[in-house]
Design a binder for this molecule. Structure first.
Ligand code: 5GP
Ligand code: ZN
Length: 114
């Protein structure tokens, strides 16, 4: 999709340091970390919402979820981690390209709604 920041990260049009990359998705560091470690797993295909994915597309999400724990050292997941997907305005989604936040490296409170 034109003029989508995360599409440009994923296709290399805008250079970004990738912690991980394969044919389906990339993982980068969030520019404004909300936790000691804050990464973003970004599918290469453009969707804003889970609701836009076909069943076949959504297999990418399974691949991402399976890959994350194998990157335990790179993502510093040893003591636990949190995954977040913001969807739409009420959740505060600011980038309209689906991404999974990966938060780790410190004890987190439980109040993601505020
Ligand atoms: P959302 O609010 O859509 O769930 O999350 C968007 C995330 O993208 C935010 O955590 C924000 O800090 C991050 N972000 C926005 N622009 C950039 C950027 O240019 N580079 C990186 N690495 N992260 C970005
Ligand atoms: Zn995009």
């Amino acid at each position: 999709m034109q003029d989508c920041l995360f599409c440009k990260f994923a296709n290399g049009e805008i250079p970004v340091t990738k912690v991980y990359e394969d044919e389906n998705f990339i993982i980068i560091r969030d520019i404004n970390p909300q936790c000691k470690n804050h990464f973003l797993a970004i599918p290469k295909k453009h969707y804003k919402l889970l609701a836009e994915m076909t069943a076949e597309d959504s297999q990418t999400l399974g691949l991402i979820l399976a890959k994350i724990p194998t990157l335990c050292n790179e993502l510093e997941l040893q003591n636990g981690y949190r995954l977040v997907i913001n969807q739409g305005d009420d959740a505060g989604q600011t980038v309209p390209h689906l991404h999974i936040h990966i938060l780790s490296g410190e004890k987190m409170g439980w109040n993601p709604a505020r």
